[in-house]
Write a protein that binds this ligand. Sequence first.
Ligand code: BGC
Length: 359
Amino acid sequence: MLKKLLLAAVCCCFGWLATPSASAAEGIKDLKVGVVMPSKDLERWAREGAYMEGLFKNAGIKYDLQYGAQVDPQVNFIQNMLSSGCNVLVIAAVDGASLSSVLETAKEHHVPVISYDRLIMGTDAVSYYISFDNTKVGELQGGFIRDQLGLDRPENQNKTFNIELFAGAPDDNNAQFFFDGAMNVLQPYLDKGQLKVLSGQKDRAACGTERWSSQKAQERMENLISAQDYAGDTRLDAVMSNNDAIARGVAEALNSQGVEIANFPIITGQDCEVTSVKYIREGRQSMSVFKDTRKLADQVVKTVQALAKGEVPETNDTTTYNNGKKIVPSFLCPLDVVTKDTIKAVLVDTGYYQEAELK
Ligand code: BGC
């Protein structure tokens, strides 16, 4: 009975679905998925788009995959997808708050919207959110810094360590979760005075990095190095960077200001992008939080297939992700920490990268 009710609810929400008596095969045959990704220039999205394409091809699902690095192209792609008959949308938004009006059209057409990796804000047109535990990403970064500096060790209780903070793009909803996660761990040590931010730039607004740009991070880091004399007499112990692109900018700044790799601070990241894995091997970055994006894409395909069959897609978090209009049922994939010592086990042995790519 419960199953029937759920089925009825799904079919009623997503009017595009075939009648409950239609077979799964019919549903999939008519299915066309529109996928909108952010910039192809950031390695993460290019790789994921290509991987997802492969999954759709294998599953015989029709799709239209587009990359839009700015809001306007993303909105245009969505409009075109809707008018060309896409009946499910998968969107990784560049600006989580700017899609409400185009998604009203999706809602009018009863097209379910899967918010991919980044939560789309301010609209009840979003049906599902498939991502990672974004707070946990930040907690892993903060926890790594705490452990590497030995902040809990008795002999370090009266010592002071210098840290600078680099948050992500102000318009990416994930950035708030990453930053808050890191601060959940680091704030008590800042309060005790064991950690110091000499620049005084401690809140997300002051630490934000527009579009997650390496270049912007590099510029900010260069300014911090000269203002605080981090290439000279003042030791910088750690940089909490919320992703790899930013971490690379930080490393480039240290490099350009003449800091030897042996004197680099602890630098965190996320995504395990190829260049950053190389940086980790060379000692230019200390860690990266690995988000196995194959799992994310697999889950998208499973969700799409479930919708096409009139089933309720699997979720594992129905409380955390409130987009201002609704709590979006979410599926969060697991995370891992990668350091120099675990690159092989986590990234190569699992087939995510070939060893040759990391040379
Ligand atoms: C993603 C991160 C990525 C960042 C920049 C975020 O929304 O969750 O994995 O590093 O965007 O592309």
